[in-house]
Design a protein around this ligand. Structure first.
Ligand code: TRP
Length: 353
């Protein structure tokens, strides 16, 4: 059996470089290898509302933004079903039954949820929809028979939760044939790509920290952001020895730079190791390495920006594509919903002789 792949993002802002190296680049590679049965990317608007209940417009406007980000970054809608979560109503039915298989204490131990509760100030007043979203996310994954979930690091606890639900379902209802496949995560190989730090040196690039470079940023913005990136505060004069660890320019070069970039933009060095050695020894200024990083990023972002400009001319076509895909996804989810109800013995029509 070939893999069924599903992943998704909340439409709360544009995709940034952290998303790109964390997961979007992998998705494009998987798509281009083409060795799968089905590939879905879900725009998780329902999940986005769990902490944006009063910001419907923000979520709504970001649906098309994120769809355009995907396509601009190389996702091909003829090979991947990009759909909208709220348009696949079956997902809620799965969630209702899955909620009975998980304890509140279990969700409260989820490290991603713990962190999100803190950053959103939900300690005092926690929306029920928010605390239960890992169960809804398990539905997103399980409803399609997903075997592979390409995601960033922070989503691992969600996949673990989905796996536990498969086990609990099988234990509780002992289905005679498999209803839900066991999903596995697919992560970037490099540690730096799994969690790209922010421009300010914070552990994570994130919209909420305001330390991100977006796929849709123009050249001037990228230049300004890179020029402001956190490097080594003790590297004051060019001749001072510099630190590479915790230096954002080197973090991003680790994630994005290939040897051929040196040939094109910095032929005096063979590769990143040589550049790092020189920086550590002293005699290499921050402006020089920042300019190099700008070249490397521009090479990546220029075609993405061009594709984005094309997409902006066809917004209605993209909406229509999303609506049609959501319908297809809903039919697919319905099939497994019936299987689930059969296994649970709650398909009451079957009582008729
Ligand atoms: N939680 C993901 C995010 O924060 C979005 C998401 C919703 C998702 N459902 C999913 C990711 C299913 C992978 C699989 O962006």
């Amino acid at each position: 059996m070939k893999d069924i792949i599903l992943t998704g993002d909340r439409p709360t802002g544009n995709l940034h470089l952290g998303h790109y190296v964390g997961t979007v680049r992998n998705r494009v590679n998987i798509q281009n290898q083409g060795d799968y049965e089905k590939f879905y990317i879900m725009i998780a608007d329902t999940q986005a509302l769990t902490d944006n209940a009063d910001r419907v417009d923000k979520v709504k406007n970001n649906i098309i933004q994120i769809a355009i980000d995907y396509i601009s970054a190389g996702i091909d809608p003829s090979k991947v079903n990009i759909f909208i979560q709220s348009m696949v109503g079956e997902l809620h039915e799965f969630t209702t039954y899955f909620l009975n298989l998980v304890t509140l204490a279990r969700v409260q131990r989820n490290p991603t949820i713990k962190e999100e509760i803190k950053t959103r100030g939900f300690e005092k007043s926690l929306p029920m929809g928010f605390i239960t979203y890992p169960i809804s996310q398990a539905s997103d994954i399980l409803a399609f028979g997903t075997t592979i979930v390409p995601v960033g690091d922070d989503q691992l606890p969600m996949i673990e939760q989905a796996r536990e639900i498969v086990e609990a379902f099988n234990r509780t209802y002992t289905p005679s044939e498999e209803v839900f496949a066991m999903p596995k995560p697919f992560l970037s190989e490099d540690k730096i790509c799994r969690r790209l730090p922010g421009l300010d040196g914070k552990l994570k690039m994130s919209k909420s920290y305001g330390n991100a470079i977006y796929l849709c940023d123009n050249s001037d913005t990228v230049r300004q952001k890179v020029m402001s990136a956190y490097t080594d505060p003790d590297h004051i004069r060019v001749n001072d020895p510099g630190r590479v660890e915790g230096n954002m320019v080197f973090a991003y070069l680790d994630a994005f730079c290939k040897n051929e970039h040196f040939e094109r933009y910095m032929p005096e060095y063979e590769n990143l190791d040589e550049l790092k050695q020189h920086y550590k020894k002293g005699g290499l200024g921050d402006v020089k390495i920042k300019k190099f990083l700008i070249e490397v990023l521009e090479e990546l972002l220029t075609p993405i920006r061009q594709k984005r400009a094309e997409c902006l001319e066809h917004v209605d076509d993209i909406y229509n594509m999303l609506f049609e895909n959501s319908y297809t996804a809903s039919l697919e989810a319905k099939k497994r919903l019936e299987k689930m109800k059969d296994a649970m013995g709650i398909n009451y029509r079957k009582l008729l002789k």
